[in-house]
Design a protein around this ligand. Structure first.
Ligand code: NAD
Length: 442
């Protein structure tokens, strides 16, 4: 069934959604806590308030974003009026992951609805309590032909991917991203792939080490390291290392106390499988801080690893947990060698007081987005595109870009009839010189 809504009806639906989310705030916080002990502060800061602010921003701007945009006509088409019409793709499939299970399901869904699409959303089966909340909220707001949630795991996702969609928006791992891309290719369906990667965090000899440690500890151990844009590994100028490690240890203790297992502010690993995977990455002799684990409660403490090789299992894949390898470099060649071993990351962070060094790193390496002297916070600005490049994904969203992502931009030239220049019509034989003369002006 085709379900076309005008701008006012879309806006009304989004206003209702805002109201229902606000009313369910406590239940959402509880669900996230039940799924993997996400601290309520983090649930509000990185999930619920983010979705609320995205909703408010979209509601405020939906008319402006959806307007037909007039563009300067090409003189080659003279006389004409040229414009771009934004129209919904149609039926959109959104597949989301478990690590920010509320935000990463709702944010693309809000924009897909704002742009006028019908949506089928498949949340992650690994955060089942949050998934149930998502169903509850969506069913209160939307007709099932407008937005529908399909819960389930890999089989459910595969069944959905076997169908024809007008757009697919996927957030998750690069491995599953490839499966999604293949399925989309079957029907030539346009896709956004929001994937992960090994995000470097480079620290040079001019950096403010104390502040760097504080900001890195926050960005790395937020959500117990299960953040797609968390720093994956540190690459620090070798003379700075021991000083920096001292700061890191202090900041971890400041944030989570002497026993992070007792801290209400430190989340758990999503499940036993991931916990075992992470435990297997820890080589006890390389641990310089932390390293405690408790499989019964899916706990892994904030852990620092002194890493001297890129050939270990820790350095061969995205870590996606609270383990932070620290690698040193002597000269910039080592930075280049290290980064070039991996695909283009989703994020890169550089800590330095040397503007030239920061600029060099930013221009030399390809990555989705990042920060100078901070971590993760580029995510928070709706005016910045969020997305990967190469191995870390394709396409980007947030703010108006999300609306545009879910809109087909239809290009129209409205030609006037009062003049019809003959030059473009065959026979061409006597017109070539005239054409060449005209083209000189363009
Ligand atoms: P995942 O790829 O395992 O799962 C994501 C979604 O795909 C889930 O809904 C899951 O049910 C589905 N899925 C899993 N296997 C499938 C298959 N074989 N066929 C079809 N669908 C399948 O990812 P995850 O473990 O939920 O999330 C962690 C990954 O996501 C990390 O790599 C992380 O970096 C990435 N991530 C990226 C972003 C971003 O914005 N770029 C945000 C969060 C997480």
């Amino acid at each position: 069934m085709n379900y076309k809504l005008n701008i006012n009806s879309r806006k009304e639906a989004l206003i209702k959604l805002l109201d229902v989310i606000i009313k369910h705030e406590n239940e959402i916080i509880e669900a996230l806590y039940d799924d993997f002990r996400k601290p309520p502060f983090e649930s509000i800061a990185t999930e619920i308030s983010y979705v609320i602010s995205e909703l408010k921003y979209t509601i405020k701007n939906i008319e402006k974003w959806s307007k037909t945009r007039w563009v300067f006509p090409s003189l080659l088409n003279f006389p004409s009026t040229d414009y771009i019409v934004k129209e919904p793709y149609g039926k959109v499939l959104i597949i989301s992951p478990w690590n920010y299970p509320f935000q990463l399901a709702f944010c693309p869904m809000i924009s897909a609805v704002a742009a006028g699409n019908q949506v089928v959303l498949k949340p992650s089966e690994l955060a089942p309590k949050t998934s149930s909340q998502i169903v509850k909220i969506i069913e209160k707001v939307f007709h099932h032909h407008h937005v529908k949630v399909i819960e389930g795991g890999i089989e459910a996702a595969k069944n959905l991917l076997a169908q024809r969609w007008d757009y697919i928006f996927f957030t998750g791992s690069a491995t599953v991203g490839k499966i999604v891309a293949k399925a989309a290719a079957e029907h030539l369906t346009p896709t956004t792939l929001e994937l992960g990667g090994k995000n470097p965090c480079i620290i040079d000899e001019t950096a403010n080490l104390k502040l760097a440690a504080k900001r890195i500890v926050w960005g790395k151990f937020l959500n117990a390291g299960q953040t797609c844009i968390a720093p994956d590994y540190i690459l620090i100028q070798e003379d700075m290392k021991s000083h920096f490690v001292d700061f890191l240890k202090k900041e971890i203790t400041n944030a989570y106390g002497k026993n992070p297992q007792e801290s209400p502010d430190f989340a758990r690993i999503i499940n036993e499988k991931n916990c075992y995977r992470l435990m297997s990455l820890i080589e006890p002799k390389k641990v310089i801080f932390g390293g405690e684990t408790d499989i019964d409660s899916c706990y892994i403490s904030p852990t620092l690893i002194e890493e001297d090789s890129l050939d270990t299992s820790l350095m061969s894949e995205e870590i996606f947990g609270p383990i932070l390898p620290i690698i040193t470099y002597k000269d910039e060649k080592k930075i280049e060698l290290t980064l070039s071993k991996y695909g283009k990351p989703l994020a890169l962070y550089v800590f330095t007081d040397d503007r030239k060094f920061a600029k060099k790193i930013i221009t030399q390496f390809a990555f989705g987005g990042g920060c100078v002297n901070d971590t993760v916070i580029h995510f928070a600005n709706k005016r910045l595109p969020f997305g990967g490049v190469g191995h870390s994904g394709m396409g980007a969203y947030h703010g108006q870009l999300s609306f545009d992502t879910f809109s087909h931009k239809k290009a129209i030239v409205k030609k006037a009839n009062w003049l019809d220049l003959n030059i473009r019509y065959a026979p061409y034989s006597k017109k070539l010189d005239t054409l060449k003369n005209i083209l000189k002006w363009f």
